[in-house]
Design a binder for this molecule. Structure first.
Ligand code: NAP
Ligand code: ZN
Ligand code: ZN
Length: 387
């Protein structure tokens, strides 16, 4: 029988979990790991109430583990898909959160990159096989055996819980450094939304000045795609269902033009103008009008993960040798590169910082695309452990 979440590991942890596909969040006690080597000893120490004293002498973390106090966690639309079991893969109780930032509290004896007090983050991955072809090319995100930050299992079979919680523990390989110029609240969404758009812009060579890049869906991912594409020097067109986002997209986010996807005249006038499109839409939508916007050899890169398959018309692809592709987050090395790029070029998400007890309302608003453009939970100041 599986261990109780709060007894699975020796380190107490606290967060907010959703218990069933209703998607309603409530407080949740669980636990996080430390070094197996000291597990037995630690258990005895807890029993004799000597834990605090002996923590001075015995390391609590695995040799390569970094433990950190979570201060902020972004709310990705994937958290909503998962909370409501829209992909049919959720197991409950589920603590989401893969845009996690905080400050290091402990490091294992063999940690080389980090020390106590460092500002760090964890994105969507906490482990991978480290030996497959993808892992050896810094593409842990395409490792067949990766371990997701939440709703997944570590190699020892225990469950992963995400950043809607007070603490995180991860192997240093999966921890990134947050540069000084980047506040921890604004840095959080970079760890999923940021890398998810940065990686395909780079890989599909849409990062060249003067290219015409479309961004479909102006949400968490979409607004970061606009900002990164502009930082690369592209001419950016937003394709949106929300007319009210136009003014801000152009005046504040720096987009060059704005199309309403349901306005056939606008879409027709822009036909064949784009070198590439980053599609971040979370729901089912038509691809035909988007393929029509591409020039010959243009690339439509799918990033959104709707719960149902989309219809892919083939003829418009043939006529123009167009490409439809997909992309999943990014590797750890590239995530660090993206964070450093963001700090250097002042690419920051627009966030609405919320207390943890607002999370249920935030999810309702996210469902309605009513956020500019990412909710970030202020974990450090608002998550209080249950007595
Ligand atoms: P989000 O903040 O909710 O943004 C999605 C945007 O898509 C909305 O703001 C809305 O923009 C548009 N939209 C929503 N429903 C639509 C519909 N039915 N038809 C047309 N447009 C619609 O979500 P997000 O956090 O950016 O995530 C977007 C998607 O990417 C989710 O499915 C998420 O699971 C997925 N995702 C994938 C990866 C990856 O690695 N590939 C990583 C993270 C997230 P407008 O108002 O402008 O139309
Ligand atoms: Zn995400
Ligand atoms: Zn691998």
């Amino acid at each position: 029988m599986a261990a109780q979440p709060e007894l699975e590991h020796p380190r107490k942890a606290f967060g907010w979990a959703v218990r069933d596909p209703s998607g309603v969040f409530s407080p949740f006690n669980f636990s996080r790991r430390f070094s197996n080597k000291h597990k037995m000893l630690r258990t005895k120490l807890i029993a004799t109430h000597l834990t605090n004293r002996f923590n001075l002498f015995f390391r609590e973390t695995g040799e390569k583990d970094v433990a950190f106090k979570v201060l902020y966690c972004g709310i990705c639309h994937s958290d909503l898909h998962k909370a409501k079991n829209e992909w049919g893969t959720s197991t409950y109780p589920l603590v989401p959160g893969h845009e996690v930032t905080g400050v290091v509290t402990e490091v294992g004896s063999k940690v080389e990159k980090f020390k106590v007090g460092d500002k760090v983050g964890v994105g969507c991955l906490v482990d991978s096989c480290r030996s497959c072809q993808n892992c050896s090319h810094n593409l842990e995100n395409y490792c067949p055996q990766y371990t997701l930050t939440y709703d997944d299992k570590y190699k020892d079979g225990s469950i992963t819980y995400g950043g809607y919680s007070d603490s995180m523990v991860a192997d240093e390989h999966f921890v990134v450094r947050i540069p000084d110029g980047l506040p921890l609240d604004a840095a959080a969404p970079l760890l999923c939304a940021g890398i998810t758009v940065y990686s395909p812009l780079r890989y599909f060579a849409l990062d060249k000045p003067g290219l015409h890049v479309g961004v479909v869906g102006l949400g968490g991912l979409g607004h970061m795609a606009v900002k990164f594409a502009k930082a690369f020097g592209a001419n950016v067109t937003v394709i949106s269902t929300s007319p009210y986002k136009k003014e801000e997209a152009i005046q504040h986010l720096g987009a060059d033009s704005f199309l309403i996807s349901r306005d056939q005249d606008q879409m027709q006038a822009a036909k064949g103008t784009l070198d590439g499109i980053i599609d971040t839409v979370s729901g089912v939508h038509l691809l035909l009008p988007l393929i029509g916007l591409l020039k010959s050899h243009g690339k439509l890169v799918m990033l959104g993960a709707p719960e149902k398959p989309l219809e892919l018309p083939i003829f418009p692809l043939l006529c123009g040798r167009k490409i439809v592709a997909g992309s999943l987050i990014g590797g750890i090395k590239e995530t660090q590169e993206m964070i450093d790029f963001a700090a250097k070029h002042n690419v920051k998400p627009d966030i609405e910082v919320i207390p943890i007890d607002y999370v249920n309302t935030a999810m309702e608003r996210l469902q309605k695309a009513d956020v500019k453009y990412r909710f970030v939970i202020d974990i450090g100041n608002t998550l209080k452990p249950s007595p």
